[in-house]
Design a protein around this ligand. Sequence first.
Ligand code: GLN
Length: 490
Amino acid sequence: MSSLTSLTLKAALDGLADKSFSSEELTKAHVDVVAAAKPLNAFILETPDKAIEMAKASDARRARGEAGALDGAPLGIKDLFCTEGVRSTACSNILGNFVPTYESTVTANLWRDGAVMLGKLNLDEFAMGSSNETSAFGPVVNPWRSEGSNAKLTPGGSSGGSAAAVAADLCLGATATDTGGSIRQPAAFTGTVGIKPTYGRCSRWGVVAFASSLDQAGPIAKTVEDAAILLKSMSGHDPKDSTSLDIETPDFPSFVGKSVKGLRIGIPKEYRVDGMPPEIEKLWEQGIAWLKEAGCEIVEVSLPHTKYALPAYYIVAPAEASSNLARYDGMRFGLREPGGNLTETYENTRAAGFGAEVKRRILIGTYVLSAGYYDAYYVKALKVRRRIADDFDQAFQKVDALLTPTAPSAAFGLGENADDPVAMYLNDIFTVTVNLAGLPGMSIPAGVDAGGLPLGLQLIGKALDEGTLFSLGGAIEKAADFKAKPAKWW
Ligand code: GLN
C-alpha cells in the first residue's frame, strides 16, 4: 500500500471521504513505512497500536457521519508536545521516561478533529539547535542526499524529525515548533512546507518551554494547502495559555489558490548579507520574478536593525531558557542523580541530564540575567527587539508581505558545524527576526542547489495575516512546481 503514503493530506482526506480506503488501511501503510525507516532516526517512539486503535475509531466515526476535519489522517508529533500516557522527552536525558498525565492543547485539537498519532518525532534537545545533532537520541538523517554522494546530511533543526518524516512520506503531516526558525529552516532543508503562525495563534500549553516569548507551534506539511488544513486545527484560543489570543481562527485553506494580484511584496535590502551563496541569491530573484508574474508589485524595503537580530535572539532566548529549565532539578520530572544533600542532588542531576548545547544556553542565560549584567545585556536586547518589531511595522505600512530566503544554505553535512556554535547560529539569520517580532513566517520549497538539494523561500506576514501567506505561498508553490522527492535509500 505504499501509494497511500505518497498522498498529500488533502488527497488522503478526500480518499477517506469518498471511501476509496479506510483510515485503518491508510494508517497501517504509514505504520509500516515508519517501522522500516529506522536509518532516518526521525521517530524516537512509534505508537503503532495506538495508531491502529485511533484509526478504527475514526472509521467508526466516519461511518456514523461524524468525521472531523482531519478524521483518520496519520500524523507525527514532535516530542516537545506532551502527549497523555505517551513518553514525552524533549529529546533530553533529564526528562528520562517522563510520561505526561496531560495532553498539549495543540495535539488535543488535532485529536478532537480526528487525526491519528503515529508516534513521537526527534528534535534538538529542548529545541535548541539547527541540525538535530543536540538530540539525546542522536541526529535525524535527512532523506535527501546530494547527487553522487552518500554523505549524511542534516534535516535542519530543531524540528528535524518532523521535516524528515514528512519529506520521506512517513506521515501526512507533523507538528513542529519554532522559537528562532525551527519550523522554517528544517522545511527548507527537506523540500517541505512549514509555517510559524503569529505568536499567540497556537496555544503553548503542554509544549515543553524553551523561550516562552518566542515559542510557537505550527505544522510541517507536504503542500501549502496541507499546512493550511493542519494550522486551522492546531490554532485557537486556550485559557490555559495566558498569551493565547482570544480571536477567531480564519478558514486558512480557503486562502490557498486565491489571486495575489495587486499585493505589494517587500524585499528587505538588509537580507542581502555578505557571503550569500549565489544559488540562494538566484532563488530569491526567481521568487521575485514569480510573484511579479502573478501580478504582485515588488517594493524594496529596509529593516535597518536586522544585523542586531541574531545577537539579541541569543540573549533573549537563552535568558528565558535558563529560567524555564530551572524546573528540571531531579524532584519532579524524569532523571534524578542522588547526591549527599539536596544541592548535590540538583547539581548531579543537571550535570548528568543536560547536554552540552543546553548547558551552554543555561550559562549564557544565567550570565545575561545576573546582577550587573542584566541591564547591559538582557534589557539592551529587549530594546533591540522592540526596534526590530518597529522596523517590520514601518515596512508593513508599505507592503502586504515580505519575501526572503529561508536559510543561508542548503542542508549541510552532519558534523559539519557541530564544533562551531556561532556558525550553527548563523543558520537562523533570516528567521529569528520573525520570532522577535511575533510575526507569521512560512517556508515554501522553491528550487534546488547544484547537488539537487531543496532550497526554500520565506514569506513574512503582518501579525494575524497568515491568510495572505497562504495565498502567496500557494502562488510560489504553483510557479515553482517543486515535485522532486528524495530517492529512497533508507
Ligand atoms: N536554531 C535556533 C536555536 O538554536 C532556533 C531553534 C528553534 O527555533 N527552536 O535556538
